[in-house]
Ligand binder design. Structure first.
Ligand code: ADP
Length: 528
């Protein structure tokens, strides 16, 4: 309490009265049983649309003016007070009122008890603020957020559907061309097949870009921690461009010094994707000369290294004013580029996002007409060489000579799409497997009950009766089939959740279009 005398207190009361009379907020006093309105300030008329005199005449108007839903919630509190509010307690209530013209306002009401010298509550006082503008603003923001989320989800659903539609025919194009490439073809035919395969792969990478873009938009892109031989991974990606490079007469070179650590922990798929993106750009924009992939590392300590990876080309180059722009979504250098090359303009923005998500940075140096160097840094955990044997199969050996290493497995394929059935059968038979095909979950379960001697079950996720997760779940419930490996095969790259596949009892997932090596390696690993 401040030290003021009675005279000062009386002047202050007058000031407070003037403040209450002028304020846009409502000041009020009520008797201790709420039956009498002792004072209401003029702002009440403006907010409630009811005269102050009517409230003095009938204090229950306060309650009848409340929105019915809020009245019900607060009635007990407002109509009569049996127990007084403890001294010092401040009560805050939020409610709506319905004005005589039926418009609604939102009120924030703050009240407290007034106590005499003996500590007895003799009245209540409070203020009411019209917070309608804030509430409406919050509701608008909330509605906009919901709308944006729904639009984002709709966009992601659309892209997922579109990618599914693309993947199914792509599976056929890539699958069949890979099978044909293993046959004895004339050089001319071999070239045609290579062209079909190359175009299919370009389309597949386009679909992947769109899909990753959608995942980034809805914040669904996840990263795994795999043991990786980074040197092997870099050379595998480099090798995947060797045919294209030799056709274009471009030299490919990999600089990976012996002193640079090889064994790391990171997301192999994402690193492969970043390298593939940069190298495929270098290929696209280089007509002659060379492309150099170089990897160096600054060791932070025994467990962490910051890797610096650069892809240098002798291509058409980019002028400096376009450097920032090309890392933005859909950012493409106009003029010459677009006329000469196709693309989505998403690749570099995805690279940037992926690199930054794991704590790295991207940069570019380029001279227009002379060539470009795209670089990124990436911190990666270093692995002990003792852990080398933990590397996944595709990280240990070079690409297998598929037709010579037959797998001899007896497989059950659960797939409803006739084209996919045919391709999978040809691919699987090509690697020495025998395949029984069923069209849905019910048939799969009944086939298993008659023949339980399958080495592996290949399971489509989007089946007509029950989905692949459910079928796997039911298979795992039967002790006889508990140990048969189940591999999910799906074209729904967004919706397919690897964790969900594992939880439902499956052992691995492969995404369509299925590369021959992936199919081969996954089956081999599951039956090792
Ligand atoms: P896309 O290649 O599909 O157009 P990117 O995001 O990968 O999309 O690349 C964006 C743009 O950056 C390209 O369209 C091109 O203009 C430019 N660019 C990327 N890499 C190179 C490069 N190595 N040389 C010259 N220009 C490049």
């Amino acid at each position: 309490m401040s030290n003021i005398n009675a005279e000062q207190a009386s002047s202050l009361a007058k000031y407070f009265y003037r403040l209450a009379e002028q304020s846009q907020d409502v000041f009020w006093f009520k008797s201790k049983d709420y039956s009498e309105q002792i004072y209401i300030s003029p702002a009440f008329e403006e907010i409630w649309g009811i005269s102050c005199q009517s409230l003095y005449d009938d204090p229950s108007l306060w309650i009848t003016a409340m929105h019915p839903e809020d009245r019900e919630r607060l009635q007990h509190d407002c109509s009569s007070r049996t127990a007084p509010m403890p001294a010092g307690e401040i009560i805050e209530k939020n409610y709506r009122i319905v004005r005589p013209d039926e418009s609604i306002r939102w009120i924030k009401d703050t009240s407290f008890g007034l106590f005499d010298g003996s500590g007895n509550c003799f009245a209540y006082a409070g203020t009411c603020k019209d917070v309608s503008k804030d509430v409406l603003h919050r509701q608008e923001l909330q509605n906009e957020k919901i709308k944006a989320e729904l639009a984002n989800q709709a966009k992601a659903d659309f892209l997922a559907k579109m990618s599914h539609e693309f993947r199914t025919p792509l599976n056929a194009i890539l699958g069949i061309s890979q099978i044909m490439a293993t046959k004895n073809l004339t050089p001319e035919m071999q070239e045609y097949v290579n062209l079909i395969n190359q175009s299919g792969q370009n389309l597949a990478s386009f679909v992947n870009d769109i899909l990753d873009f959608a995942k980034l938009e809805i914040g669904e892109l996840s990263f795994s921690s795999d043991p990786i031989d980074l040197h092997l991974l870099a050379s595998q990606v480099m090798n995947s461009f060797s045919y294209q490079a030799s056709e274009a007469n471009i030299k490919l070179k990999l600089d990976y010094a012996a002193s640079v650590p090889k064994l790391v922990i990171g997301d192999a798929k994402r690193i492969r994707q970043i390298l593939t993106n940069l190298l495929s750009n270098a290929m696209k924009f280089t007509d002659e000369g060379m492309i150099n992939l170089s990897v160096t590392c600054k060791k932070q300590n025994d467990h962490l290294g910051v890797f610096h990876v650069s892809v240098q080309d002798t291509g058409i180059g980019i002028s400096e004013n376009n450097f920032k722009f090309i890392f933005e979504k859909f950012g493409q250098v106009p003029s010459t580029h677009q006329r000469r090359h196709q693309g989505t303009g998403l690749g570099l923005s995805i690279v940037k996002e992926l690199v930054e998500r794991v704590g790295g940075t991207v940069s570019v140096e380029s001279t227009f007409g002379k060539g470009s160097t795209f670089s990124f840094t990436m911190p990666l955990q270093l692995q002990d060489s003792m852990l080398e044997n933990l590397l996944p199969a595709n990280m240990k050996s070079a690409k297998p000579d598929l037709p010579q290493q037959k797998l001899n497995l007896n497989l059950l394929l659960v797939e409803d799409n006739i084209t996919n059935q045919k391709i999978a059968k040809i691919m699987l038979e090509g690697i020495g497997c025998e395949v029984d095909i069923v069209n849905n979950g019910e048939e799969a379960l009944s086939r298993l009950r008659h023949t339980h001697a399958y080495d592996t079950i290949l399971m489509d996720i989007g089946l007509p009766d029950m989905d692949g997760y459910e079928v796997a779940n039911m298979i795992r419930k039967n002790d006889l089939f508990k140990k048969i490996p189940i591999i999910a095969m799906t074209a729904h790259a967004i919706e397919c959740d690897k964790q969900k596949c594992l939880t439902s009892g499956m052992n691995d997932v492969i995404i369509k279009p299925i590369p021959y090596e992936t199919l081969y390696e996954t089956l081999r690993a599951c039956n090792a």
